[in-house]
Structure formats: structure tokens, C-alpha cells
Design a protein around this ligand. Structure first.
Ligand code: LRH
Ligand code: MN
Length: 426
């Protein structure tokens, strides 16, 4: 199922007067605030978020999964779905594959389909948190940290295989997330688990092509509920330093204990040049993988404030990899991803409104009230007309969810694929 640009421009016509009214009102008030509107529009246009190949079907929990009709049953169909997202939002310009959930059978055919959907391949993800049908051993008690050297080598070889596959597709980075840990005190020797994990990651790092990056994703708990080897940013940071200059920490927003100050972690990692990328999502309690900005939009804004400051000041930190990592238990997966992209663009646009020099001066002067005024003036600015204008300038939809529904995309996907197809992934 494909949609075409002219269908989107047709739909945009219905709302363009309303949009232009709201956009000119906003840009006039921003110009009065000495904001460079065209600079922000360019930043928004250039901001591309990778879509997870494992989040294009309905997600679920151990308590159940309610499938969504018209799910993509193959990687080819997943790339077409991301192509639809990209046409509607101009913000979904790449895909992050999870191996073996999405192994391309025919690399050149997959590259063709990606190209025809204007998609690049972002980080590839290895998977040593599930046993594969043909496996003679198990990752039940760990993979890169497993006390059994044969199992560790199996996991290392899998990661090297994933890098080879990613390299053939044009990807330039590997994301490693380990479920490794323990469920009970005494079950695991913390020091040897960390030491073995470090050695395994160093082995993988050395096997990567010279221009590749390694992203080490941390998580405090689940599926292990007493300890996780790579439990927090500090452990990931240590392991990245132990690997080398092309190893970085990956921040999944859902991988923090309640009330963790994530924006401070982001600032610290950028100052140290070790912030590799993000898995954007939102959560109320644990690793809920909910729609970005649906629970804590102000926290997301504060993170983007640190990112904007860091991208201006920390040349030692490469541009982070922007990726979504969400699971859709009750929403149409594509509508959920559109809402996540919108929330990311809004938080970024609001953060770009902040006069970082004015804020620095207020901080120097210990003018605490003014610091908050500067932040909240930006946060309380309705930047949606800006985000819409950036889409319009790139021939995308002014109102992507409305356009998705008006084009009856889900209906067409169901007509094409039926109601029983199940997408691989979470
Ligand atoms: C772990 C995680 C990781 C992925 C998985 C799908 O919770 O965030 O990034 O490998 O979800
Ligand atoms: Mn993640």
C-alpha cells in the first residue's frame, strides 16, 4: 500500500488557510522575541527519527496481546509502512532493524524497497535476550555475561553477524541491550558478570568496521527483577570507555527508576562526549513504552533543552542517533508513531526557542525566577504551527493523523493483508 504526495497536498488544501493564519500569527510574535524562525524550520526539517522495525504491529504484555488488523507480515511491508509515515511526517527517514526479528532475506531487494521509500538504515539491534529455535544452548542465565564461555562466544558471534548484516544494508551502528542479570540475591557474582560483559563488548567492538559506532543501552530491571548487569548510565558509560572512542551510551527514556533526572544524565554524557543516541518513548511507572510525550511532556522538553545546549557547546559529542522504541498495546501502530514523532518535533521546537545565552546569564546571576521564566515561556509557546509549516515546506501532511484517516490507510492495509497477519517484534 502506497500513498502519494499529491494526495497529501490535496488534503492540505482543506486546512491551509487556517494553518497560514496560525503560522503567521506565531512567527510574528516570535520575530518580536528575536527568534530566527527560518533557522528553526530548517532544524525541524533536518531532524529525522529512526522507526523501530519491531514496533509496526500491536505490542503486548505477558497478560495478553490484542492484534491489530492489517499488520505488516514481512520486512518489505514494514518498510512500506514506514514509507507512509515518512510521506505524512517528513520525520521518519530511517529504520532501525532488530535481528533476528527482521532478517532481510534478499539484501539488495530490501535496499531497493528502502530506497523507494526514501529510507536509510539506522542502528541495527542484536538480540541475545531470546533463544532461537535452532540453538543448542540457552541465554536463560545470560549472554555476554554468561559464566559459560561457549555461550558468551555464541552471543559475541551473533553480534558480529548483526554488524555484517547491517554493514551490507548501509547501517553504521550497533545497539546492544542485554537482559543479563539475576532474579535473586546470590544468584550472580556481580563483579565477574560485569568483567565478562566488558570483555565480550570489547571483542565485539574490535570486530566492528572502523567507521561503526557501538551503542550500549542500559536498563535497571526487566526481565530480571533483582539485578541487571548494565543497569544504569554509569555502568554503560564505563563499558563504553573500556571499549573505545566509537562506543557510546544509549538512553532509552523508559529505562530509569521513578523520578530519575534524565536531562542531567543527558547533559553529563554530552559533556563527556559519550551520548550515542536515544530510544524515545514515555512511561508512568516502568518500561511502559508508551507514546512519546503522552505522560511527561515537560520532562521531554527539558531533555531537548540539554540536547540543544549540548549540540551547540559539545563538539566532542557526535550528533546522537534519534530513534523511537515504543509498543502499541491499544492504538493503531502507525497513528501511535505519528503522535510520537509530533511530540518529539514539538519538544525540539520549544527547546530551540530558548535563548541559551540569556539563560546562561540568568544562571550566572542566580536569578532563579528568570531561569524558570525563560524555560516556561518556551515550553508554554504553542509551536504546532511551526512544526506544521516545516512539514508543509517538505510536502508532508499539515495534520498527519487526520490525513492518515482521511486516506483510510488502515482500511487499505486490511484489504491488502487481511486481519490475521502478525508483525514480528515485541
Ligand atoms: C529493552 C528495549 C531494547 C530493545 C527492546 C525491544 O527494553 O528497550 O531497546 O532491544 O526494548
Ligand atoms: Mn530500547
Amino acid at each position: 500500500m502506497r500513498i502519494h504526495q499529491n494526495q497529501i497536498s490535496e488534503i492540505n488544501k482543506q486546512k491551509s488557510d487556517e494553518h497560514h493564519r496560525e503560522f503567521s500569527f506565531l512567527s510574528n510574535s516570535l520575530i518580536k522575541r528575536e527568534v530566527d524562525v527560518s533557522w528553526i524550520l530548517q532544524k525541524l526539517s533536518d531532524f529525522q527519527v529512526a522507526i523501530p522495525s519491531w514496533a509496526l504491529g500491536a505490542g503486548g504484555t505477558r497478560f495478553g496481546r490484542f492484534s491489530y488488523a492489517g499488520e505488516p507480515a514481512s520486512l518489505e511491508e514494514k518498510l512500506d509502512d514506514i514509507g507512509i509515515l515518512h510521506l505524512l511526517t517528513n520525520a521518519a527517514g530511517s529504520v532501525s532493524l532488530h535481528i533476528p526479528w527482521d532478517i532481510p532475506e534478499d539484501i539488495s531487494a530490501i535496499k531497493e524497497i528502502a530506497k523507494s521509500n526514501k529510507l536509510l538504515f539506522d542502528a541495527v539491534n542484536s538480540n541475545t535476550f531470546q533463544d532461537q529455535p535452532d540453538m543448542k544452548m540457552s541465554y536463560k542465565f545470560g549472554s555476554l555475561s554468561n559464566a559459560d564461555a561457549v555461550i558468551r562466544m555464541k552471543a559475541i558471534e551473533h553480534n558480529i553477524e548483526v554488524v555484517k548484516l547491517g554493514n551490507a544494508l548501509g547501517s553504521k551502528s550497533l545497539t546492544v541491550w542485554l537482559a543479563d542479570g539475576s532474579n535473586f540475591p546470590g544468584q550472580q557474582n556481580f563483579q565477574s558478570a560485569l568483567k565478562l560483559t566488558q570483555e565480550s563488548l570489547q571483542h565485539i567492538y574490535k570486530a566492528m568496521p572502523e567507521d561503526w559506532k557501538l551503542f550500549i543501552e542500559y536498563k535497571p530491571y526487566e526481565p530480571n527483577f533483582y539485578s541487571t548487569v548494565i543497569q544504569d548510565w554509569g555502568t554503560s558509560f564505563m563499558l563504553a570507555n573500556a571499549c573505545g572512542e566509537r562506543a557510546f551510551t544509549l538512553v532509552d527514556l523508559g529505562h530509569h527508576l521513578p523520578n530519575t533526572n534524565i536531562e542531567q544524565i543527558v547533559a553529563t554524557l554530552m559533556m563527556k562526549g559519550k551520548l550515542g543516541g536515544f530510544h524515545f518513548n514515555d512511561s508512568k511507572y516502568g518500561d511502559d513504552d508508551l507514546t512519546v510525550g503522552s505522560i511527561k511532556p515537560y520532562a521531554l522538553f527539558l531533555i531537548f533543552n540539554e540536547l540543544v545546549f549540548g549540540m551547540e557547546k559539545n563538539s566532542q559529542n557526535p550528533t546522537p542517533a534519534w530513534m523511537i522504541d515504543a509498543s502499541h498495546n491499544v492504538k493503531d501502530p502507525l497513528e501511535d508513531l505519528i503522535q510520537s514523532l509530533e511530540a518529539i518535533m514539538i519538544a525540539y521546537a520549544q527547546a530551540l526557542l530558548i535563548d541559551q545565552n540569556l539563560l546562561r546569564q540568568a544562571q550566572q546571576d542566580h536569578d532563579v525566577v528568570l531561569c524558570q521564566e525563560i524555560l516556561q515561556n518556551a515550553y508554554r509557546t504553542d509551536v504546532r504551527p511551526l512544526v506544521r509549516e516545516a512539514r508543509l515546506l517538505n510536502n508532508a501532511a499539515l495534520y498527519p493523523v487526520d490525513a492518515y484517516r482521511e486516506l483510510a490507510v488502515r482500511r487499505s492495509l486490511i484489504d491488502e493483508r487481511g486481519t490475521k497477519t502478525v508483525a514480528t517484534g515485541l
